[in-house]
Design a protein around this ligand. Sequence first.
Ligand code: URA
Length: 214
Amino acid sequence: MTESMTGAGDYAGDEQEFTQRLMAFTELAQLGDFARGCQRCGLRAGCRGVVFGEGEPHARLCLIGEGPGATEDELGRPFVGKAGELLDRILEAVGFTRQMVYISNVVLCRPPGNRTPEESEIAACRPYLCRRLALIDPSIVVLLGATPLRALIDRRAKITAERGRWHRLDGRWILPTYHPAYLLRSPSAKKDAWEDFRMVRELYHRLHGTGAAV
Ligand code: URA
């Protein structure tokens, strides 16, 4: 079989069939392999590759950003540029490591010039996001910035209004907070983000104790 016969590009037309195809994957790695053949929107044509996500496949804490930037596209890993360095420091400050959590993005391919993904691109990638969350099955999901907030909670929501407010979705605790790139541009917002991550740590310990990460 050629890649085009097995990859996600085949499912551009029929949403129901596409969702069913994703539902058949029981392992994150299978979903990742499938997603790497995706051409459901125009983003894949303009980037080097799919940045699927990384971390503990059954993490109790998941972090979702907007989409890969230039460094992420080059290295094939999420949050490895300047914003990623800040995210690592924030996680470390509240007692988490990258190995304990799972980090991913709303869209798997870099938007040109790092622009915000369009609604149609978010819609094309949302089934991967939903299946990713179902397979990882985290109890807590942190949404980094407005794009994941709008993709998962409410397409008209404002991050300034929603940051630090817990939501419930499919039995999970969801917390929107500022995107680390915004924190780099607006250092005065860092104290709100620290507060948010302290709440995440508290809930994580309440739900899972202080022991093993998974
Ligand atoms: N910004 C994001 O939203 N995601 C990344 O992976 C990197 C930067």
